[in-house]
Design a protein around this ligand. Structure first.
Ligand code: FAD
Length: 827
């Protein structure tokens, strides 16, 4: 059995140690620099609200697992979790609207919830002044967790099952040999002058160091971890006369956890006081070296996760709390502090194996909300190499180190703090640290009035204002409700139309691509991918990267450039880390993304345009579908791949960054007589949905098998063994990704909406959820892909999609909707 060291005993370390021992691990040591059980970290100070509803499915699932685990458990006769329920109130029309969206999310993920009127809000929270309240969202199974008790209960159970708990011991080094972790070095706290660190041998080390994580990553491991400690104001009222005697310290609270997001405020009862948390203040980042060390804590007794309350930040929230709760109006302020915990660029945690150091793992940036769930996932991952859930939004490698810097993290975390309770549109892009990565076409795109979004540092055009005149020529200009029309323009319809009728030009540069080469490259890729990539030079193959359980961990296009040389299009840095961690010494992986660029040239007239610029033969006979060929295009050295993510004749044209602008200019000029139009992501998204092409992370993920996802064609039965193959043989089909269209032509949904059985009553749960959706400008209806039970995924099935509380009738269709016979592509 491996010797496992867990660094840190907050809620995360305690949950992990417990789960490891529950999985049968017998050599688990938890090293904690602070005292037990209030170690001084964030877990010692969290009011412990666990709201399960999140736009992210896995985050909701982990919250539910946290509550399910802690439910009914006790420490010293006191509960760990009380399911008080959550109540979110709306005081603006925009919030009322958004609560309906949250209700939809809750249904999609199976969390009981209800929209309530102001009268019901007052019943749920007796004493609430509802003068300004317009409505509410009630989630009866949400609850509060006493974090210190949760730490203790899980840690004591771990010890009962053999774990060793070592408080007042600080990890000051991580030792490794040849890319493998060998243990940690520790000092006692407080450390005597001149003490030499002691070595604790280990095969597996998991950092659950909370606030100290970024410092640990930087100082001990040499990389920047994108999480930023921030101060957050929290205060308690003086005792409230009406509450005195109502609760004792054992039962503590009875009214739901209350969120007033329009004022970025939350409230809960604490015996006879009201606790108030405020996010409505300037972001107050704490640099890693501003987080007090264990020795300082030992010397001063001041908890590192607590700074003095800044009244100028907290005061307005105190006033608002008193406005909302008349019981506070005659009561003074009690005490408060600025608690410290962390924010990340996208609100997600930082989990997973550390790239390049075998045996070293991170379980960082986790809230109490997901803590026990994360403990389970991490234990499964460490012990069985299978986290059991979709982790692509949890893994720290989702951020490309090319964009992660201290400045970037600070700015993005500050933005996340400011927006924590804001109504954030699912398609909104960050407003900070823009322009980090641009393609060589960027200036030309700006000249065309591109409206950009940002994705992993890249600026990507959504549409081009220069195409606005084309909207007038459309037979029907699509319309949307105000919410769906944000970050969207009818110009997208014109660009999509031009792609289907003439030719579109799309910037593909932000897609990640790797060159995989050297002796053994073929065997390596054959082993990791689901499809047969050992094809003739010049063939392109779509394939999946599966996990051992047959779940989809990514999808790739593999182009054979030589006997042992491949170009692999991936979903980003995370895939690169995955391939590198399994790569034999003889095989080299080179990231080509930054130094190259690519354009998609697609549409019925694409060949006319390309032929004007090349002497090479680009006929269907000379360069067939899913074939690659080197071409000279207007003098530039291009690798042309005859593939199309939009379902039209055409190519991806890849070249080096220096030749990119020449390629763009030449295609634009040669395309003018053919009606060539530059297209953005919005048109692209609609076109790919019409054609039924899945997007990894949105439509498909690790929870799904190829058969469930409708990607059975990407699994080769004729090639030898590969990762996931054995598991596929007896993996049952539990659900299917189905194509729906909304019956009303003007109806639009955006993704994550619940799908209900036709005519289901209010109490009946959702049968599935929408993954991605968009208007089809070719067909004049909205297309929505959704996960459904197999029996409901049959074409013709009538269902409802709920959108902001409205039931939109929908019908399952056979797919793809556009060009199922492939006549547009194969010519
Ligand atoms: P911590 O609890 O900080 O534990 C990390 C541990 O690692 C510490 O004990 C530390 O001493 C130890 N450690 C670090 N470095 C070393 C080392 N080198 N050697 C040995 N030991 C080390 N979350 C919610 O879900 N809901 C809420 O309502 C909520 N409200 C909050 C309000 C406040 C005021 C605060 C402060 C936090 C709140 N949070 C909330 C956030 C939540 O508290 C944290 O996300 C969570 O507690 C983090 O747990 P952790 O185990 O990662 O970190």
């Amino acid at each position: 059995q491996p010797r496992i060291v867990v660094i840190g005993l907050g809620v995360v370390g305690a949950a992990l140690a417990d789960e490891l021992t529950q999985s049968g691990m017998r050599h688990v040591t938890v090293l904690e620099q602070g005292p037990l059980w209030e170690t001084g970290g964030s877990s010692s100070h969290a009011p412990g609200f666990v709201f399960q509803t999140s736009p992210h499915r896995t985050m909701s699932l982990l919250a539910r697992r946290t509550l399910d685990k802690l439910d009914g458990q006790k420490v010293d006769g006191q509960w760990l979790l009380k399911r008080l329920g959550g109540l979110e109130i709306a005081t603006t029309a925009e919030r009322v609207h958004d609560l309906a969206r949250r209700h939809g999310l809750a249904q999609s993920w199976g969390i009981p919830s209800r929209l309530v009127d102001p009268g019901e809000c007052a019943e749920l929270w007796p004493g609430l002044d509802t003068t300004s309240v317009l409505g509410g969202f009630h989630t009866p199974t949400d609850g509060v967790v006493k974090s210190v008790h949760a730490v203790r209960w899980q840690a004591e159970r771990a010890v009962e099952h053999g774990a060793r708990l070592v408080p007042r011991t600080r990890v000051v080094g991580v030792t490794r040999t040849g890319g493998r972790v060998t243990g940690v070095e520790v000092l006692p706290v407080p450390a005597p002058d001149g003490a030499t660190p002691e070595h604790v041998p280990a095969d597996v080390v998991v950092a659950c160091a909370g606030l100290w994580g970024p410092g640990l990553a930087r100082d001990l491991l040499g990389f920047e971890l994108p999480m930023m400690p921030m101060e957050h104001c929290f205060g308690l009222s003086a005792p409230v006369p009406g509450l005195i005697g109502r609760h004792d310290v054992l039962d503590e609270a009875s009214r739901p956890m209350l969120r007033h997001q329009d004022f970025s405020l939350y409230l809960r009862e604490y015996v006879d006081r009201i606790g108030i948390g405020a996010y409505r203040h300037r972001p107050i980042p704490v640099e890693p070296d501003g987080v007090a060390g264990a020795d300082e804590f030992a010397a001063t007794g001041v908890h590192p996760a607590m700074h003095p309350l800044t009244w100028e930040d907290f005061g307005p929230s105190w006033d608002e709390a008193r406005r909302l709760l008349p019981e506070l109006r005659d009561v003074g302020f009690g005490e408060g502090f600025n608690g410290i915990f962390f924010f990340t660029p996208d609100g997600g945690p930082m989990l997973g194996p550390v790239a390049g150091i075998d045996g070293l793992w991170l379980a960082q940036a986790v809230w109490v909300t997901q803590s026990a769930g994360v403990g389970q996932v991490m234990a499964d991952w460490v012990v069985r190499d299978d986290p059991g859930v979709d982790t692509h939004e949890l893994e720290y490698t989702r951020f490309d180190p090319a964009v992660v810097s201290r400045d970037w993290t600070r700015a993005r975390a500050a933005e996340a703090y400011a927006e924590v309770y804001d109504v954030v549109h699912p398609q909104a892009s960050t407003g900070v640290q823009r322009g980090l990565r641009t393609s060589p076409f960027h200036d030309r795109q700006r000249e065309l009035g591109a409206v950009f979004e940002q994705a992993n540092g890249w600026e990507r055009p959504l549409w081009f204002e220069a195409n606005a005149p084309l909207v007038d020529a459309l037979d029907r200009v699509p319309e949307r409700d105000a919410w769906a029309a944000r970050h969207w323009s009818p110009i997208a319809a014109a660009e999509a139309h031009a792609t289907r009728t003439a030719v579109g030009l799309y910037d593909m540069t932000p897609l990640s691509r790797l060159e995989v080469s050297g002796p053994g490259a073929t065997a390596f890729l054959q082993h990791l991918t689901s499809n047969d990539v050992d094809r003739a030079v010049g063939r392109v193959v779509y394939a999946l990267l599966l996990d051992d359980a047959g779940g989809i961990r990514s999808d790739v296009t593999v182009t054979r450039l030589g006997p042992e040389q491949y170009l692999v299009g991936t979903n980003g840095h995370r895939d690169r880390v995955h391939l590198e961690s399994r790569c034999p010494d003889t095989v080299r992986i080179t990231d080509l993304t930054a130094g190259t660029c690519g354009l998609g040239l697609w549409g019925p007239r694409a060949r006319d345009v390309l032929e004007r610029l090349t002497d090479d033969d680009v006929s269907h006979q000379a360069l067939g579908y899913f074939r690659a060929k080197r071409l000279r295009v207007a003098g530039t050295d291009v690798l042309a791949l005859r593939v199309s993510y939009v379902g039209e004749l055409g190519w991806e044209l890849w070249t080096t960054a220096d030749q990119g602008r020449r390629l763009w200019d030449s295609l634009r000029e040669a395309g003018t007589p053919s009606g060539l139009v530059a297209g953005g992501r919005r048109a692209f998204h609609s076109l790919r949905l019409e054609k039924g092409y899945r997007a990894y992370g949105t439509d498909i993920g690790r929870e799904h098998s190829p058969a469930e996802a409708g990607l059975g064609f990407a699994v080769s039965s004729r090639k030898g063994d590969f990762v996931g193959r054995a598991a596929l043989e007896d993996r049952p089909v539990r659900r299917r990704l189905a194509c729906l269209t909304l019956d009303a032509p003007e109806a639009v949904v955006l993704g994550h909406e619940p799908v209900l059985a036709r005519g289901a009553g209010p109490g009946q749960g959702a049968v599935g959820y929408v993954t991605s959706a968009d208007q089809s400008y070719t067909l004049g209806v909205t297309v929505a892909y959704a996960w459904l039970p197999p029996e409901l995924a049959e074409p013709g099935t009538a269902l409802d999609v709920e959108y902001f509380g409205r039931r939109l009738p929908a019908t399952v269709q056979s797919e793809p909707l556009v060009d199922p016979e492939m006549s547009r592509i194969l010519r």
